[in-house]
Design a protein around this ligand. Sequence first.
Ligand code: ADP
Length: 249
Amino acid sequence: SPKADIILSARGLTKRFSGFTAVDSVDLDIKRGTIHALIGPNGAGKTTCFNLLTKFLQPSAGKITLNDRDITRLSAADISRRGLVRSFQISAVFPQLSVLENVRIALQRRRGDSFDFWRPEKVLSAYDEEASARVEEVGLSSHLHEPAGELSYGRKRALEIATTLALEPEMLLLDEPMAGMAQEDVGRISALIRKISANRTILMVEHNLSVVADLSDQITVLARGQVLAEGTYEDVSQDERVVEAYIGA
Ligand code: ADP
């Protein structure tokens, strides 16, 4: 099928909040194996789009398909089980637990094993091997037994990505992965995103345009809830409407 290379697609995706249209008939096609960035000025509807694609919000109208299957009516949990996973916030990391233990918990949750929220240290060591592999993948092996709360901000972000990878995503949605990062961490996290994109599709919202330029295969620019432009960084950065939307914001 000509659509075989499209992993995620949206048609006419719309979200209205009591009369205000935050996302307005958005069409999106995300190619398998690419890094795709969603950019646009503040209030453009990027976060709302993410919330719709992952069903944290119900669309007012439109259709979403994942691997050609209609997922519009599925729950957020079902969508994550089908391989479309959104990165957790850093606050989801248990600061008192080690890097390894945090990833073990993520694995345990994925498997649906019981999890004692109040005594999270009581996780099964059966997950150690797989957890170590995920930790290795994000370059935190030398911090395996360090409490997550003592990691640098950039390493916490890497740990957050490791806990997300534990869910075995086919496609990963990263919500401002560079937010709050020091320049040296931006380089590290960029390298990590490129590395994990080797066998996964990535859709990210990111404000740091040099990161977007560096990482993205494809870019969709939103403004006032609508798709303003699409293409490579070169394409969209030379588009006058895009420049105007940023200046006018
Ligand atoms: P972005 O992420 O691009 O900055 P958002 O998706 O957060 O944009 O917001 C798009 C628009 O929708 C903004 O004008 C915002 O104020 C509005 N909006 C977002 N969430 C809600 C909500 N729950 N209720 C009402 N308006 C909202």
